[in-house]
Design a protein around this ligand. Structure first.
Ligand SMILES: [Cu+2]
Length: 155
């Protein structure tokens, strides 16, 4: 019982309360549940910056062997993922979303289960480290409301 209450409040905190580091706040952090034996996962979020331009330079989590920053590129009509050195976080909003920028978990230690949460540390060049909570949503989820589902994308 206590455990359920703790989990519920952790989820609420992770979703409704933005995490702050300096001028940067992060909210709506989620990951898509991994399907079957998939060995990779991705996390998405909204980053708001009210100050000077910064960069997301790395991310850390213990759900996978490595954590990378990725983007998607259209090449010869095919959607491909590419690792990027950093993600520019300019003043305003930066969206990490399916089909675009994302935090990639390479070599998952165990599947990401729908409804579970896990901690993620974001490292910004100027603002420093920020701890956020990732909420795992169902396979095929595209984000808030899942209104713009374009089917499954292979990682
Ligand atoms: Cu990726």
């Amino acid at each position: 019982m206590m455990k359920q209450i703790a989990l519920a409040s952790a989820v609420l905190m992770g979703l409704s309360t933005p995490s702050f580091a300096g001028d940067i706040s992060v909210e709506g952090v989620w990951a898509r549940a991994s399907a079957g034996m998939a060995r990779a996962g991705a996390a998405f979020m909204t980053i708001k910056n009210t100050g000077t331009a910064d960069k997301l330079v790395s991310a850390k989590a213990d759900v996978s062997k490595t954590v990378e920053l990725h983007t998607h590129l259209h090449e010869d009509g095919i959607m491909k993922m590419r690792q990027v050195k950093n993600i520019a976080v300019n003043k305003g909003m930066t969206m990490l979303k399916p089909g675009g920028l994302h935090v990639m978990f390479m070599g998952l230690n165990e599947p990401l289960k729908e409804g579970s949460i896990f901690p993620l540390t974001l490292v910004f060049e100027k603002a420093g480290e920020m701890n956020v909570t990732v909420m795992v949503k169902k396979v095929g989820a595209m984000g808030m409301g899942d209104a713009h589902s374009h089917g499954k994308m292979k990682h």
